[in-house]
Ligand binder design. Structure first.
Ligand SMILES: Nc1ncnc2c1ncn2[C@@H]1O[C@H](COP(=O)(O)OP(=O)(O)O)[C@@H](O)[C@H]1O
Ligand SMILES: [Mg+2]
Length: 301
């Protein structure tokens, strides 16, 4: 049984799970948006990762889920499981957590502290006025976009596995992904569907297709890649690093023809690159042109 079959079989009770965040109607004009993510030492980050980077990533991945719904961050709770009392570690952890929280204007309102193997769980809540972005709104004929570049964090992780030291740029993408909160908010009323890419583009875009009951065709030559990832692919022909590596925390979203001009305005306003990688079709599943292998995205089970 895979991770997703497990969730569907035991926990999908028809009460609204399945998107990047849960949506809770407050009134006709507002929705609360809630998400939870856990980071475990040795699974999500290597043992030698410093407390600053752990704190940053633990909050950033939750902010990323909020961004995928177009939400404005409000507050979060922090469940911390620590192997030992280490004041220096705690000082570093709380310092970076607080700085990032202030940057995104999200308040720490509670949590839980326990002893055990190092793991950090953050539960974040935001708000959306009118209609949140969802995975289920993609329409046939939509263009599919991805923000910035993908594959950088996965390349860093792969290099660390073989005791290579990744470049500063790759490490930054791995340890300190920038949550696309402003982009998500700008896409409200513009994008038909949206997801944040945490498990790799192939798997995460497939979630949009399943929930929207559509197909898609993308082209590997259109993928937005950094110079380092391009070089890696040129040397190895390993497209899976960009398609299935995971940990990108960029947004993948779909836009109807009528809204394409808005995408150019958002790019200019936010100073980021949004790349069209393909189209939503009335076919089934995801067709990846230019890919001659199958990529396995990350799954816990
Ligand atoms: N143990 C669980 N109980 C209930 N819902 C879950 C559980 N685990 C995951 N989910 C839900 O299943 C969906 C897919 O989860 P996941 O792929 O982890 O989302 P994300 O990558 O955006 O964090 C989400 O809507 C999530 O809230
Ligand atoms: Mg997500």
């Amino acid at each position: 049984m895979t991770e997703f079959e497990l969730i569907e079989r035991y926990f999908d009770w028809g009460e609204g799970i399945g998107d990047d965040c849960a949506l809770i109607e407050v009134d006709a004009h507002q929705q609360l948006v809630a998400t939870v993510d856990t980071l475990i030492e040795g699974v999500h980050f290597p043992k030698e990762t410093n407390a600053h980077d752990i704190a940053y990533k633990a909050l950033a991945v939750n902010l990323s889920d909020l961004s995928a719904m177009g939400a404005t961050p409000l507050y979060f709770t922090l469940a911390l499981t620590l192997p030992a009392m280490n004041e220096k570690w705690l000082q570093d952890f709380s310092c970076t957590l607080k700085t990032l929280a202030q940057t995104y204007n999200i308040r720490l309102v509670g949590g839980d502290t326990t002893k055990g193997a190092l793991s950090i769980t953050i539960n974040a809540t935001g708000v959306v006025k009118c209609q949140a972005l969802m995975r289920s709104g993609a329409k046939v004929g939509d263009s599919i976009f991805v923000s910035n570049t993908i594959g950088d964090a996965a390349l860093a992780w792969q290099q660390m596995q073989v005791q290579e030291i990744p470049s500063i740029d790759l490490l930054k993408q791995f340890n300190r992904p920038e949550p696309q909160v402003k982009l998500g908010q700008s896409l409200l009323g513009v994008a038909n569907s949206c997801i944040d890419i945490s498990d790799g583009l192939q798997q995460d875009l497939s979630h949009i297709l399943t929930r929207s009951k559509v197909g898609a065709t993308i082209n590997v030559d259109a993928l937005p890649l950094s110079n380092e990832v391009t070089q890696h692919i040129n040397n190895t022909d390993d497209w899976c690093i960009a398609l299935a590596g995971g940990d990108d925390y960029e947004l993948c979203f779909t836009v109807s023809k009528a809204q394409l001009d808005s995408i150019q305005s958002i790019e200019k306003e936010l100073g980021i690159v949004l790349t069209k990688i393909g189209m939503i079709t009335n076919g089934q599943g995801l067709i990846i042109k230019g890919l001659n292998e199958t990529c396995q995205s990350y799954r816990h089970f």
